[in-house]
Design a protein around this ligand. Structure first.
Ligand SMILES: C[S@@+](CC[C@H](N)C(=O)[O-])C[C@H]1O[C@@H](n2cnc3c(N)ncnc32)[C@H](O)[C@@H]1O
Length: 209
């Protein structure tokens, strides 16, 4: 990735969450962050547009970003280190696996899934991150009163995701919109691109009862 030179690995290390051992069980958030503030998770943060901006504006929560691409984990760790965003960690893992095996029930204040890969070809659809199993995992890890937040520029995937959430009555919809202009607040890199080309963004927010 172009841009400023990468910081040394030892400088990035405090921002990296190492993948736990397979049999390690649920992770301890106070052990990871050194405090007991609420934890919010972003799944598939890409270049980190939303994660970095959200973290800059909200110091009262801890953020964990989960991204399957190691290069993006390091790229965003650089961004975090340069800004001193010590309340953020980035993990290189399949979010579906991590949520299921390493996050305790009711231990997360919010899950954010923005612009997940649509995997257009029928034979690739199983690679989609947002599946029935993912919705079940989100239900398990989000604390009552916490939120699930989704957005995409793919209307069909939005329909699939909202239908999967609708099958889980603990989630109550608190917002739904189709946006044709940039919203206030943090945006993802894909979101900026969608608006730059004049596309639409579908968004839904739920509270977990
Ligand atoms: C289309 S990009 C969107 C990135 C970012 N959310 C944005 O809106 O700019 C989807 C991202 O999800 C990541 N991803 C795909 N499957 C994943 C999984 N199972 N767990 C974690 N990240 C995943 C991809 O590597 C990619 O960076």
């Amino acid at each position: 990735m172009r841009g400023k030179p990468r910081l040394p690995l030892e400088t990035l290390q405090p921002f990296l969450l190492d993948r736990p051992a397979v049999d390690a069980g649920p992770i301890s958030w106070p052990a990871v962050f050194g405090n007991d503030r609420p934890v919010e998770i972003e799944v598939g943060f890409g270049k980190g547009g939303w994660l970095v901006e959200a973290a800059e504006h909200r110091r009262d929560v801890n953020f964990l970003g989960i991204e399957v691409m190691r290069g993006l984990q390091l790229y965003v760790a650089n961004r975090l280190a340069r800004r001193g965003l010590n309340h953020v960690r980035v993990l290189c893992s399949d979010a579906r696996y991590f949520l299921t095996h390493h996050v305790a029930a009711g231990s997360v204040a919010a899950v954010h899934v923005y612009f997940p890969d649509p995997w257009w070809k029928a034979r690739h659809k199983k690679r989609r991150v947002f599946t029935a199993e993912f919705a079940a995992a989100a239900e398990r890890v989000i604390v009552p009163g916490g939120t699930l937040n989704i957005a995409t520029d793919v209307e069909e995937y939005f329909g699939v995701m909202t239908a999967l959430v609708a099958e889980r009555p603990v989630f109550v919809e608190i917002g739904r919109s189709v946006e044709s202009a940039p919203p206030e607040g943090p945006m993802t890199n894909f979101e900026r691109k969608a608006h730059a080309r004049g596309g639409s963004v579908w968004r839904a927010n739920y509270t977990r009862t």
